[in-house]
Design a protein around this ligand. Structure first.
Ligand code: AMP
Ligand code: GLY
Length: 423
């Protein structure tokens, strides 16, 4: 099987690596990929946002499966272009990707499907926003309706800040605050059925203790020893399957990864958001633990025939991923700083150094983005994997490096950013 992964980040590196470890996968290609992926796969300088160019590349290399990593090309319809060219693609159509592309649409689908989520109102005018903030009360949750690369959501007790955020967006969704630890659950979907992967947790804030601004994610781990053992099955029954049924009814069947962001509240799991792709870095430890072939799984989903392959199997133990970010992140990022120690860290047993924002400059590896690398380790349990990940991360250095010191630290399963709720 020849596979083509679209995207540049850590998620794409982790996907490409897992594909390369599937015995049925003979070739891994990526467009445009990154230097980490380039170490074991063929890279092609094609713009991920250009559907026609991606489809042409897939045809040229004879790809049997295209995996589109990030949300932006999916929301722009890149998977449609590949599907129209007759190549199986793992990733939703433009119409189905609206589950991430529009918060208002995803709320409407959740309501129609009876999915447990925060109560919400879609608002356009300042008066509507004020009425919704009054109705739900603090802490206030205000979300830009449109894709905003993780920057569209404000959770605050400060009424003026909530109103200012709304005024700076077009349409917003104002919703009820959900109190409880967050979980990422990825469901591999073929349009009608789904297989859940093992749940993971992501650390979203830049600083220890869940302080500072939101980021794309500073680290992650899986499994979640503190979560209910039947969590994945419950979420498939109450969230994923009703959503797939509703999308099929709307003639926008969802083929790809439905990423369910949940809060485990006192009243049970509630959906915080849907994304239309794997989470990064949340999926990295999940893929490290996957013991069944990824290519076969994603190809079956892309063909609408998931039930022809067994449900994914995970090995015992745990995996932890620690992100190394550049100076200025998340407000800005720093480019061109020389990175050392990646080879040494990658050489540690059961460790993979995943590239997220790196570039090659005159044979040196340099920083080229906000999240630069993710150091991922396997271990006997979360504490062991955590110790191994940090020991390997200690070998990597570059100017201005930022990393959290409390990724996957005890106590696990507590509310990140609890300060917002308690202030
Ligand atoms: P989203 O982009 O919807 O995932 O929101 C980003 C982050 O804001 C989430 O990971 C949560 O930490 C927080 N958040 C979003 N919606 C809510 C909510 N209804 N209640 C509490 N926190 C929320
Ligand atoms: N780590 C969160 C996300 O991928 O959206």
């Amino acid at each position: 099987m020849k596979t083509l992964v679209i995207g540049t980040g850590g998620r794409e590196h982790a996907l490409a690596l897992a594909l390369s470890r599937d015995p049925a996968v003979t070739e891994v290609h990526a467009a445009p990929g990154n230097p980490g992926i380039g170490a074991f796969a063929s890279l092609h300088p094609v713009d991920p946002m250009d559907g026609a160019a991606v489809a042409a590349l897939a045809a040229e290399i004879g790809a049997d499966l295209v995996v589109v990593g990030p949300e932006a090309p999916l929301v722009a319809g890149v998977a449609d272009a590949v599907r129209e060219a007759g190549v199986p693609v793992f990733g939703p159509s433009r119409a189905a990707a609206l589950l991430e592309g529009s918060k208002a649409f995803s709320k409407e689908v959740m309501a129609a499907a009876g999915v447990p989520t925060a109560g919400s109102r879609t608002c356009v005018t300042a008066d509507e926003v004020a009425a919704a903030l009054d109705a739900f009360g603090p802490p206030y949750v205000v979300k830009d309706d449109a894709l905003a690369a993780g920057k569209g959501v404000v959770v605050t007790r400060d009424r003026a800040e909530a109103e200012e955020h709304a005024a700076g967006c077009g349409t917003v969704v104002v919703e009820e605050f959900l109190d409880g630890p967050e979980v990422s659950l990825f469901a591999v979907c073929d349009g009608t059925t789904a297989y859940p992967l093992q749940p993971a947790q992501d650390f979203k804030r830049i600083h220890d203790g869940g302080r500072g601004p939101n980021t794309g994610g500073m680290g992650s781990y899986s499994p979640l020893p503190w979560a209910p053992a039947d969590l994945a099955a419950t979420v498939v029954d109450t969230v994923v399957q009703p959503t797939l049924d509703e999308m099929a009814r709307r003639e926008a069947p969802f083929v790809g990864c439905l990423y369910v962001g949940l809060a485990l509240t006192a009243a049970g799991p509630r959906v915080i958001e849907f994304n239309c792709r794997f989470g990064d870095p949340d999926v990295q430890p999940v893929l490290a633990l996957l013991d069944s072939p990824l290519g076969e799984l994603l190809l079956a989903a892309a063909r609408g025939d998931l039930e022809s392959v067994p449900a994914p199997v995970f090995r015992d133990g745990a995996s932890v991923t620690v992100v190394l970010a550049s100076a200025g992140y998340p407000e800005s990022s720093s480019k061109g700083d020389v990175i050392t120690g990646v080879g040494a860290a990658n050489g540690v047993n059961d460790v993979d150094v995943i590239h997220a924002g790196t570039a090659l400059h005159q044979d040196s590896l340099v920083t080229a983005g906000g999240r630069v690398l993710a150091v991922r380790a396997l271990g006997y349990d979360v504490a062991d994997a955590r110790a191994r990940a940090y020991a390997a991360a200690d070998l990597v250095s570059f100017e201005g490096q930022q990393r959290r010191s409390d990724i996957a630290a005890e106590p696990l399963g507590v509310v990140e950013g609890a300060s917002v709720a308690d202030d």
